[in-house]
Structures are given as structure tokens and as C-alpha cells.
Design a protein around this ligand. Structure first.
Ligand SMILES: Cc1ncc(COP(=O)(O)O)c(C=O)c1O
Length: 455
């Protein structure tokens, strides 16, 4: 097995519980705060937005949380996902035998990414509590597709506010959501107060995840029949994604390997958490594993933001969360990795960065696409624009190890395919893709508006 290309687990090897990293962290995560009183919020404050079972997971410190049987049955539609050894990429990079690259491929899900890993349990718990409609936002369209798919399975209506720039870059994502029965509008829309206010100030707004979140939260908060579902950032979302890393550990064992470096791209932090958190107990036990979060240079929350309390959305409707942030007014450039254009970062990922458990790097989109093209021409799979960032750093780490004559095993998360992202590839191949690096002055301006919280 050691030299196989694909490491495949059986249906009965899908993990039966999610792993909660909170149980193992040296300090507990700072609580979310009520933006008015600045006091920690309780489960009842979140009840208008989320099903109670989800809220309990959000605040849980239990190490393992059982996956309901019905969710496991649905996971079987695409899980376990394969782990690949990147033999052909390694050959193209002329790596020595002791530098190895592995990738976990989440693009085999019906929606094409890791997002259904949490969409399905979120829809399941909503259904259990009698919810008939869910509202959400989507950046790349991957999350909106995933929730639409999950809604179809449980008979729940889904309304998706899709960031306008992605809405125009990816019309077929909308068609996919509609195929699964969801309704999708471009955000900012005229359907919410938050959307109308943004359009009044800037009729040409391209939208942002922060704005789309405001619209979806307002939708859910103002309708009895509707709850809100979030595709990243929050603890319960990261929790659900840990099936990825748990499977990867078993598959690496089949390859007689253990990673020295684990890499994932970070938008809100969920696929990165999914691949890496299950490795954290070993790391905290002293094993030498580097865990690298890769973000776009155009939206550098971990590498250039501050670790402070901020809103999760643009209109200031969510609780305040302590996280790495560029300020909730931050408008990221229109890079093609729509899922990475978020001003904040998961509080858990932020805390672990602050504690030095994980590290972060920023990558420019053209470098990321160059890596993706090399990957596609060797491994075959067309990566989504988001994980191109992880691929770039995986290649860099491999080449550094080769140069230094070091033995290295690298694992990265290929969290989605890019079959709906051909406009981005077309722009790169035809030389029309631009790089954006957000100027420090604009970051400083957005950060000046951070809410003040005494700590
Ligand atoms: C394919 C893909 N990767 C990554 C992300 C970023 O989200 P996260 O950091 O939560 O994994 C998204 C979000 O839309 C996505 O669609």
C-alpha cells in the first residue's frame, strides 16, 4: 500500500463522531459578546437564528460528538473521500523520494467541495426542530450549493444571498442551487434593509461575504419560519468538517506516513480546521507538525489583520467575536477565490494562531493559479480557486525541503473542484488575471472602525 496513488476507505470507516478541538486547547476560547452590553451572550441569545442542537455544539467543550445515524447515511453518498499521493506532481517537481505530497480530495461531494459535510448536519438539526426554511449567504457558490443540496434531502426551503461578483462570475452555480430547489439572489439585494442601505450608498457594490451575511441574518431574524445557516467561521461548522482530518489520519496510516506539514486554505477557516484540527492533539503532545493556513494577499486577515472583537457581518447584526479581522467594513478586491473574501477568521483558528499552534501565509492569486495549472496538468483534477492557495504553499514547502535535503511529508486539503470556475482559469490563461495586495493604509482605515471592547 505504501506506494499507492489513491488511499480509499470503506463506507463503514466514516468517522462516527466529530472531533472538538476546544477540549484540548490550553485556554478556552473567548466568548462571543452582545454588541450592546458587551457581555458574553448565552445560548438563548442565539435561539432566534440557530436550532438549539447547533447552539449546544457551538458552546460545547466535549471532545467527541456523535454523528447522527441519518447524517452518516447521507455522508455515504460521497464519504469517505479519497486521499491521493501526488506522484505525478512530485515527478514534475523532480522531488527526491523522501519528499512526498499527499492531498485529501473533498471535491467528490455532490456540491463539489467540503461544504456538504456541515450543510447536511445543519439541515438535519433544523428539520428535527421543525424548521421549514433556511437563509444563508454564499461567496463562491459552493456553500450555497451545499445547503441547497442538503435542503432538498430534508424538504427544507433554502434562500441564498450570493455575493454579486460571484453571481456574475459563476451563473451555473445559481443554476445548480435552483436545480436543488433553492432560491438564489445577488447580494446586495433589494430584499432586505441591509441590502437596500448598501445599494443606496453604492449602487454598483460588488458585494462581500460580510454584506451577504447581514442579509441572510436579517432574513432569518425577521421570519418565524426561518433559521440561519452559516458555511464557515463558527465552532460547530469547524467541528463538522473534522471528518476530513480523521479520515486523512487513517489514510496516511495506510500509506505508512505521517505529515510533517498540514496545509489548508482559509476563508472563514472551516476546511483548514477540518483537515488540521484532528492532528492538533499529537502536536500538543510534542509531535513536530507544522500547520499552515493559507490566505489570499488580497484578504489577509491572519497575516495583516488584528486579533480583536469584531462583527461577523458588515451591518453589525451578529454578536462580536474575538478573531483575526480586517474590520467589518473591509471590501476585498474581486479575486476569483470568492470563498476567501471574508474580513474575519474563525475564532478558533484565530485563537490557535495567537497561541502559536498554527501559522499563516498569504499568497497572490496569480501565483496560486500558476500552481493550480501545474497541478491540473500533472494530477488531472481542476482545483477550485480557493485551494489553489494551499497547492502553492504545498509546492513551495516541497521545493524548500528538496533544496535543504530534508525528508518531508506534506499533506494538503484539496477542498473542492473548479469545474464551475472556468472563467477564472480563462482569465489566467489569457493573461487577464490581476494581482491585488491590499494596501496597509486601507487596512488601517477599516480597522479604525473596530468596536471598542474593554478586555
Ligand atoms: C472550495 C472552497 N474552499 C474554501 C472555502 C473557504 O471557506 P473555509 O475557509 O470555511 O473552508 C470556500 C468557501 O466558500 C470554498 O467554496
Amino acid at each position: 500500500m505504501a506506494d499507492s496513488t489513491r488511499y480509499v476507505l470503506q463506507e463503514n470507516q466514516i468517522p462516527t463522531s466529530w472531533y472538538n478541538v476546544v477540549a484540548d486547547l490550553p485556554t478556552p476560547p473567548p466568548p462571543p459578546l452582545n454588541p450592546g452590553t458587551k457581555m458574553p451572550i448565552g445560548p438563548e441569545d442565539l435561539a432566534p437564528l440557530f436550532p438549539m442542537a447547533i447552539i449546544q455544539q457551538e458552546v460545547s467543550a466535549q471532545r467527541h460528538i456523535d454523528i447522527p445515524g441519518e447524517v452518516l447515511d447521507i455522508y455515504k453518498l460521497w464519504r469517505p473521500t479519497p486521499l491521493y499521493r501526488a506522484h505525478r506532481l512530485e515527478a514534475a517537481l523532480d522531488l527526491p523520494k523522501n519528499v512526498r505530497i499527499f492531498y485529501k480530495y473533498e471535491g467528490t461531494s455532490p456540491a463539489g467541495s467540503h461544504k456538504p459535510n456541515t450543510a447536511v448536519p445543519q439541515a438535519y438539526y433544523a428539520k428535527q426542530e421543525g424548521v421549514t426554511r433556511l437563509a444563508t449567504e454564499t461567496g463562491a457558490g459552493q456553500w450555497g450549493s451545499a445547503l441547497s443540496f442538503a435542503g432538498a434531502l430534508f424538504g427544507i426551503d433554502v434562500k441564498v444571498y450570493m455575493v454579486k461578483i460571484s453571481f456574475s462570475q459563476k451563473p451555473y452555480r445559481r443554476a445548480l442551487m435552483e436545480t436543488w430547489g433553492a432560491q438564489c439572489v445577488a447580494s446586495p439585494s433589494n430584499e432586505t434593509n441591509a441590502g437596500r442601505a448598501i445599494l443606496a450608498a453604492d449602487p454598483d457594490s460588488n458585494g462581500s461575504l460580510g454584506i451577504a451575511i447581514s442579509e441572510a441574518v436579517e432574513d432569518a431574524a425577521t421570519r418565524e419560519d426561518t433559521k440561519y445557516a452559516l458555511g464557515s467561521v463558527l465552532n460547530h461548522v469547524l467541528l463538522h468538517q473534522t471528518v476530513i482530518g480523521q479520515e486523512a489520519i487513517a489514510q496516511m496510516a495506510m500509506a505508512d506516513a505521517y505529515p510533517d506539514v498540514v496545509i489548508g486554505c482559509t476563508g472563514g477557516g472551516s476546511n483548514f480546521a477540518g483537515i488540521s484540527f484532528p492532528f492538533v492533539p499529537e502536536k500538543l503532545n510534542g509531535k513536530n507538525i507544522r500547520i499552515i493556513a493559507v490566505e489570499p494577499a488580497a484578504c489577509p486577515s491572519l497575516t495583516k489583520g488584528v486579533y480583536a472583537y469584531d462583527f461577523g457581518d458588515t451591518a453589525g447584526m451578529t454578536p462580536l467575536m474575538k478573531m483575526h479581522t480586517l474590520g467589518s467594513a473591509f471590501m476585498p478586491a474581486s479575486i476569483h477565490a470568492g470563498g476567501l473574501r471574508y474580513h474575519g477568521m474563525a475564532p478558533l483558528v484565530s485563537l490557535m494562531h495567537d497561541q502559536g499552534i498554527i501559522e499563516a501565509q498569504a499568497v497572490k492569486q496569480r501565483d496560486a493559479f500558476a500552481a493550480a495549472i501545474q497541478f491540473a496538468r500533472t494530477e488531472g483534477i481542476l482545483p477550485a480557486p480557493e485551494p489553489t492557495h494551499a497547492i502553492k504553499v504545498a509546492i513551495d514547502e516541497a521545493l524548500k525541503a528538496k533544496e535543504a535535503g530534508e525528508e518531508k511529508t506534506i499533506l494538503f486539503n484539496l477542498c473542492g473542484h473548479g469545474n464551475f470556475d472556468l472563467v477564472a482559469y480563462d482569465r489566467y490563461i489569457s493573461g487577464q488575471m490581476e494581482d491585488y495586495e491590499h494596501p496597509q493604509s486601507e487596512i488601517a482605515m477599516a480597522l479604525a472602525g473596530l468596536p471598542s471592547v474593554a478586555e
